[in-house]
Structure formats: structure tokens, C-alpha cells
Design a binder for this molecule. Structure first.
Ligand code: NAP
Length: 326
């Protein structure tokens, strides 16, 4: 095996054009890690934030972008017993997915679901880890509850709609076009609200209020979410696309007994991520194996076209996931 590989680096903080194809050393798996020969790498919003200089990788992570990939196990580090060379996996990564080889803790990999190809498998880890940990583990969504997810056509949104529907929640979502709304209802949402024409607050109030809100928009949505929530409801923040600051009337939080929380995945401990992977393997992978839920794929770009992939994501014209063929 050669000691160098093709990879995409962030040459300097900036727009999509700063993503450059380079030769980089092939990483070596440390204790408890696997080396994956990447087939496809998923593209996520946090990659664009990192590229723009607004989301620094944790100190121990690869500075190369890429938080998820599918591929074949090429080598295992000491202490790894659950995977062997040749196994087909998809994995959450600390970084470095836009490359021919990447290392990650063995406990953060999951088997490629039955009947799924490597392209689809690359689109699973980031969205499924994020949705499972925030909607179910943190947000405690249960059957029969009214669940409002913003950005329903995003990678995260399409995953949240399918899983929440499967587990018996009533799903309401927002999206920026009628075409996106139609995709959301096809995936199981009871109601998709084109936020350019309609006020989600009024829709949710007419339904009795949301019991759980998954928010990625922030800004003015924060106060509006609170107005759209039922008594004893929860709001989980995973991003602030329009900004993290808002003027809130905390009396409403007290009067409705609301819980406001949130999380980011990447800085969490290896152990916390392994715990999410365990729950996914037990509760969600059987659904993927059965084809009950599946990733929604928007477009595949070649590794060297990572800049075009980022530009498409930032245009918000995409529906579902974008990935790179490595
Ligand atoms: N906390 C975590 O651990 C974590 C992990 C992964 C991702 N995230 C976050 O979750 C969000 C979704 O991630 P993703 O990878 O699925 O991204 P994505 O597919 O690009 O989703 C973003 C979606 O938000 C909608 N949106 C609403 N208001 C927007 C605005 N002002 N600007 C841009 N888009 C807007 C867009 O659709 P419309 O046309 O409907 O507006 C777009 O589809 C991102 O913000 C990402 O940073 C958080």
C-alpha cells in the first residue's frame, strides 16, 4: 500500500473554492481504531461551517473535512475485536472523511445495512447519530406526540421525519418550497408547512401545540417555537442557521413548563458516541436492514468536485443528502 492518498483540504478559511485536492499521508489506526478505505463520504452543513472557519475541529481530530463515510475496513488498530479487514462499514468520523483513507474509533462504525449500497450507507451516520441522540435520547419523543422539525427536506430533516413517523409520533415540518413539502409528506409527515406562505406557529397552535421541536434555524424561530409549543414540551437546538441570539420571554417557559436544550455531536466523548451507536444498532439498524427507513439522496459529486458539492448545499436547493465518490 502506498503511504500517500488523495484528500481534500481546507486550504484557508473561505468559500467553497478553498477546498483543494491534495496528497496527504495515509493515517494509521491507533488503539481501538479502524482504518477505512473510503468508498463515499457524506457532505454535511458542519463541513461548510468548518470550511468557513466557524467550526474548528477538536484538537485531536484530522483537520481534513468530512464527518461520515462508507467503505471497507483496510486495517484494525490494537484492541479492536469487533471488525476485521474487508468488513463493509459506515462510520461517524472525528474528521477526515474527504479522503481515500480515514481512521475512526471502531465503536463508531456500523455495518452497511442489508441491500444498501455504499453510496446510501455514507449518508447514514451523521444524520442518524444526530437525530437519534437529539430527538429520542435527549428529546424523549414518544408515540402519539406532536413533533415539529424545521428544515424537513435537509439530511437531518428527512431522517427525523422517517424515524419519528415510524415510532408513532405525529410529524409536522417546515420547508422552503412546495416541492420540498411534498417530499416531506411522502416520507410520512402529517403536515409540511411551506414557511414562505404559512405561519408554523398558527398551524401548531391549532393542533394543540408541539410536544417536541427540533430546531436548526434559531434567530426569530426561537421565540416562535416557544409560542408553538404545548405545555410540558421540549425544544432541542442542533444549529442556528439564522443566528444564536433571541429575545425570549422566560415567563412563557415557566408558564408552559418547557424544557429547552440542545447539543452538538462532534465534541462529545468517544464513549458518548459509542453509546449512541449501540442504540442505533439495536433500535434503528433493523429498520434500515428491512428497508422501512432509508436515506434520501440528493446528488453525488466526485471527490475533486467537493467545492461544487458545498456550493449546492449552501444554495439550499438540495433535498436530502449530498455525498462525494472517493
Ligand atoms: N448539533 C449537531 O450535532 C448537528 C449535527 C449535524 C448537523 N447539524 C445541523 O443541522 C442542520 C441540518 O444539517 P444538514 O447537514 O442536514 O444540512 P442541510 O441539508 O443543508 O439542511 C439545512 C436546511 O435548513 C433549511 N433552512 C431553513 N432556514 C435556513 C436558512 N436561513 N439558511 C439555510 N438553510 C435554511 C434549508 O431548507 P429550506 O429550503 O427549507 O430553507 C436546508 O435544507 C444544519 O444546520 C447542521 O449544521 C447539527
Amino acid at each position: 500500500m502506498s503511504s500517500v492518498m488523495r484528500a481534500v483540504e481546507i486550504s484557508t478559511p473561505g468559500g467553497p473554492e478553498v477546498l483543494k485536492l491534495i496528497q496527504a499521508p495515509i493515517p494509521t489506526p491507533a488503539y481501538g481504531e479502524i482504518l477505512i478505505k473510503t468508498a463515499y463520504a457524506g457532505v454535511n452543513r458542519p463541513d461548510a461551517l468548518q470550511r468557513a472557519g466557524a467550526y474548528a475541529p477538536p484538537p485531536s481530530a484530522s483537520p481534513l473535512p468530512g464527518l461520515e463515510a462508507s467503505g471497507e475496513v483496510a486495517a484494525v488498530g490494537e484492541g479492536v475485536t469487533q471488525w476485521k479487514k474487508g468488513d463493509q462499514v459506515c462510520a461517524l468520523l472525528p474528521g477526515g472523511g474527504y479522503a481515500e483513507y480515514v481512521t475512526t474509533p471502531a465503536a463508531h462504525a456500523l455495518r452497511v445495512p442489508k441491500g444498501m449500497d455504499m453510496r446510501q450507507a455514507a449518508c447514514l451516520p451523521e444524520a442518524y447519530y444526530t437525530v437519534w441522540s437529539n430527538v429520542f435520547m435527549r428529546g424523549g419523543l414518544t408515540a402519539g406526540e406532536r413533533f415539529l422539525v424545521h428544515g424537513g427536506s435537509s439530511g437531518i430533516g428527512t431522517t427525523a421525519i422517517q424515524l419519528a413517523t415510524h415510532f408513532g409520533a405525529r410529524v409536522f415540518t417546515t420547508a422552503g418550497s412546495d416541492e420540498k413539502c411534498a417530499v416531506c409528506t411522502d416520507l410520512g409527515a402529517e403536515r409540511a408547512i411551506n414557511y414562505k406562505d404559512e405561519d408554523f406557529v398558527e398551524v401548531m397552535k391549532a393542533e394543540g401545540g408541539a410536544n417536541l421541536v427540533l430546531d436548526m434555524v434559531g434567530g426569530s424561530y426561537i421565540a416562535r417555537n416557544i409560542r408553538a409549543m404545548a405545555n410540558d414540551a421540549r425544544m432541542v437546538h442542533i444549529a442556528f442557521l439564522t443566528g444564536p441570539k433571541a429575545e425570549i420571554n422566560f415567563a412563557q417557559i415557566m408558564a408552559k413548563r418547557l424544557t429547552v436544550t440542545g447539543s452538538t455531536l462532534r465534541p462529545q466523548s468517544d464513549l458518548a458516541k459509542a453509546k449512541i451507536a449501540e442504540e442505533l444498532a439495536e433500535k434503528v439498524w433493523p429498520l434500515l436492514n428491512a428497508g422501512t427507513v432509508k436515506p434520501v439522496l440528493d446528488q453525488v459529486f466526485a471527490l475533486e468536485d467537493a467545492a461544487a458539492a458545498h456550493a449546492r448545499m449552501e444554495s439550499s436547493t438540495h433535498i436530502g443528502k449530498i455525498c462525494l465518490e472517493v
